[in-house]
Ligand binder design. Structure first.
Ligand code: NAD
Length: 318
């Protein structure tokens, strides 16, 4: 009998890649229900490739809608929870929607999972919950010190999810991944924003001096890690997911300029983001040793492929 996987936020960037991999790889064994509100960041067209697959169902709705969530969780065998407000700058402009969706919405899903019991709940989170680290890499046991309303709302939802394991024995697994890139990312995050603007002959705004450092992972490697966690992760555990491929924003922009045939005169240095974390780095030894995960994409080649995708899909520009 086929297992029904409820994917929240499956019309967004990472969730849509995950839904596609699940259905393309296992449509004989799995069915997929995507629950997505289609906010500005969600795009129903992200699911076009799997829309006609047997076992695929799309439900437009809000993870804060307790009655809808209850019905969908009742019909699901597992939940993989991506839905979130995700852009740090928007959270600095106004944090309310981040608290609502990321905290209340996660709580609504957890309550339904607790009521119905016996369901695996994969909570997809971010390295940003740890806050900035000057040197070395965070293990999963590191205390959370989030800096932005976005990362604070994600940290709150991580802790809430883990509390449902501790208190009710719910089969919760939490993942904390570094920055993703790849096709179909909404052009507000640095890579799709800069690439689409550079390809259109426009300037790009680089925060501060560009020394902020991030670890970059291709979205398909994140999906592979999540699938290992869904199928083999241990209940109540946290798994960091990191590539080890670190770049300052300045170094990243240098690569993007080269790939887009542009020069530094197209870069405008702008006032830094308030509370901008200097560096993130996760220690992903646990998922590598326990679940045999390793990223397959080379950063430079994957960035070149990603730029090609945005070049061929110029309607993606904001
Ligand atoms: P995204 O912004 O592209 O997609 C989010 C999706 O959630 C959208 O389709 C949106 O319509 C949907 N959504 C928002 N509010 C909703 C609500 N109230 N009810 C139902 N659906 C709602 O985000 P993404 O980059 O794909 O990130 C997915 C998850 O992965 C998030 O939880 C994020 O915190 C986490 N994450 C992202 C990254 C990254 O680099 N993008 C890295 C680590 C972790």
């Amino acid at each position: 009998m086929s297992r029904n996987i409820l994917i929240t936020g499956g019309a967004g960037f990472i969730g849509s890649h995950y839904a596609r991999v699940l259905l393309e790889g296992h449509h004989d064994r799995l069915s997929v229900t995507v629950l997505d509100k289609l906010t500005y960041a969600g795009n129903a067209a992200n699911l076009d490739e799997i829309r006609d697959c047997p076992g695929f169902r799309f439900v437009r709705g809000d993870i804060c809608d307790a009655s809808l969530v209850d019905d969908l969780v009742a019909a699901a065998d597992e939940i993989v929870h991506f839905a979130a407000e995700t852009h740090v700058d928007r959270s600095i402009a106004s944090g309310a929607e981040f608290v609502r969706t990321n905290v209340l919405g996660t709580g609504t899903l957890l309550e339904a999972a607790r009521r119905h019991g016996g369901r695996r709940f994969v909570h997809v989170s971010t390295d940003e919950v740890y806050g900035s680290i000057a040197s070395g890499s965070w293990p999963e046991s590191h205390p959370l010190r989030p800096s932005s309303p976005y990362s604070a709302s994600k940290a709150a939802s991580d802790l809430l999810a883990l509390s449902y394991h501790t208190t009710y024995g719910l089969d919760v697994v939490v993942t904390r991944c570094c920055n993703n890139f790849g096709p179909r990312q909404y052009p507000e995050k640095i890579i799709p924003l800069f690439v689409t603007r550079l390809l259109a002959g426009r300037t790009v705004p680089l925060y501060g001096t560009g020394e902020n450092t991030r670890e970059w992972l291709h979205v398909e490697d994140h999906v592979d890690a999540l699938e290992r966690v869904r199928t083999r992760g241990r209940p109540g555990e946290i798994y960091n997911i990191g590539s080890g491929a670190e770049l300052t924003n300045r170094a990243l922009v240098a690569v993007l300029l080269e790939l887009c045939d542009a020069d530094w005169d197209r870069v405008e240095f702008v006032a830094d983001r308030p509370g901008h974390d200097r560096r993130y780095s996760v220690d992903s030894t646990k998922i590598r040793t326990e679940l045999g995960w390793t990223p397959r994409h080379d950063l430079r080649a994957a960035l070149a492929d990603t730029v090609d995708w945005y070049r061929k899909n110029d309607e993606w520009a904001a």
